[in-house]
Design a protein around this ligand. Structure first.
Ligand code: ATP
Ligand code: MG
Length: 425
């Protein structure tokens, strides 16, 4: 939210947001849908630290990625250790998988996470410095059915979150051999003088570190250069092809529509074979809401045994920007309107009794008059207003006004006589 509020001179950092109650309520509702859908697909929640040793991302995300080269919040802590606010979730999940010896307990793990990620990017629409992701990881199985399971989960998730017509794009970038062959051909192509001259500074660097990532560049001229580059599909091995065919057949069986884009490479070094991305309508340039793929190399890179895995991560902000999920404002059950000092004092006990019954109940703390209190009750969309004043206390009868039914009657002042229905039904 931006606004012309009072300026205390202190402002939040660029690319970070405050969520006020109405908005956070929408977030909580969306998170509940994410958790319910994850549970339906058999994924258990893992909560990892937000801060990790820098080396985890250098190794796990890869030093050749933009994330590690220029987007991490890295600093030296008081013990002289280099620590980093996590820019993505997968390396932590795999670190925990290894640290907790999960692979020795079961050959296959389904884990999901939700939480904030940090990247020092240029803030713009759909691109923040603290943003939020949920992600799922299926660690262990090499079968293409596992890729299909993850894509099906992403598809169900976006439907449950009411994201309008997400488009699924898939590709295969092959396994080690295909990637190595493709890298070599790509490097030759990109470093030829005519091509090299047209690349941006980042991509020139990428020709040395990770030429595949030039496909990912957002620069138009780089996209023109890459349009005529050797494509990965020429280099896929028979095994890669079988895997990709099986993923496609699995999606077809589930009637999940997709497009193949041989330029979809995903930005991270540890991906192998399947890559996929869901794009949503109505987001402009930042239209990727969920991206993932197979990362058979990562567990080994982080010191574990060779272990295949597939996963995705989805961006909460971008999803909520297009989601049609309704926001239903809270309704208060009972507002207690106190008139006079005795009533003002008694109100906290009345509230306690109402809350004990399971009702939501609130009051005014400012000793305001009847009119202001009724206005507050309206703002809270109170179903009932319980009016207590000196007269009511003396008579031991309170006035109960049902705002939702336009009725008013007296009730006993003794809370043990009250039922939920008289306030809310
Ligand atoms: P992009 O190409 O948009 O930079 P990415 O490849 O860096 O995306 P991933 O690391 O795959 O993104 O993250 C998965 C999802 O997280 C993205 O599809 C997007 O929805 C979301 N996301 C990534 N970076 C940001 C950011 N800075 N702000 C908001 N959402 C983000
Ligand atoms: Mg990015």
């Amino acid at each position: 939210m931006t606004g012309s509020g009072q300026d205390s001179g202190l402002q939040r950092l660029a690319g970070m947001a405050d969520l006020l109650p109405l908005e956070s309520k929408r977030w909580v509702a969306a998170e509940a849908i994410v958790r319910a859908t994850m549970r339906q697909y058999g994924f258990g929640e893992i909560r990892c630290p937000i801060m990790e040793p820098t080396e985890l991302f250098e190794r796990g995300t890869g030093t050749a990625t933009d994330i590690v080269q220029k987007e991490m919040y890295t600093f030296t802590d008081r013990g002289d250790r280099s620590v980093t606010l996590r820019p993505e979730g997968t390396p932590s999940v795999v670190r925990a998988f290894l640290e907790e010896s999960l692979g020795a307990k079961r050959p296959s793990w389904k884990l999901f996470y939700i939480g904030p990620m940090f990247r020092a990017e240029r803030p713009q629409q759909g691109r923040l410095r603290q943003f939020h992701q949920f992600g799922a990881e299926l660690i262990g199985p090499a079968a293409p059915e596992a890729d299909v399971e993850l894509i099906a989960l992403g598809d169900a998730m976006l439907r449950n979150l009411d994201v309008p017509v997400p488009r699924l794009v898939i590709n295969s970038i092959g396994d080690k051999q295909a990637r190595a062959d493709h890298d070599a051909a790509l490097r030759d192509y990109l470093t030829a003088p005519a091509a090299f001259a047209r690349l941006c500074a980042d991509c020139r660097r990428r020709t040395q570190t990770n030429p595949l990532r030039v496909f990912d560049c957002k620069n138009e001229q780089c996209q023109e250069v890459i349009a005529a580059a050797p494509m990965i599909d020429r280099f896929l091995t028979d095994e890669d092809r079988h895997h990709f065919d099986a993923v496609r057949a699995g999606l077809d069986r589930l009637r999940i529509g997709y497009e193949i884009d041989s330029r979809l490479v995903r930005g991270l070094d540890y991906y192998t074979r399947t890559t996929f991305e869901f794009k949503a309508a109505g987001l402009g340039a930042q239209d990727a809401v969920c991206g993932g793929g197979r990362y058979d190399g990562l567990v080994e890179v982080l010191g574990g045994p060779p272990t295949p895995a597939v996963g995705f991560a989805a961006g909460f902000e971008r999803i909520l920007a297009v989601s049609k999920l309704p926001v239903d404002e809270d309704r208060l059950d009972v507002f207690v309107c106190a008139l006079g000092d005795a009533a003002f004092e008694l109100t906290s006990q009345i509230l306690a009794a109402l809350r004990q019954l399971g009702l939501s109940a609130d009051r005014d703390f400012l000793r305001r008059g009847l009119k202001a209190q009724m206005k507050e009750a309206d703002r809270l969309r109170a179903r009932s207003v319980l009016i207590i004043g000196d007269d009511e206390i003396a008579k031991r009868r309170f006035t109960l006004r049902r705002m939702d039914k336009a009725e008013q009657r007296e009730i006993d002042a003794e809370p043990s006589q009250w039922t939920v229905d008289e306030f809310r039904k």
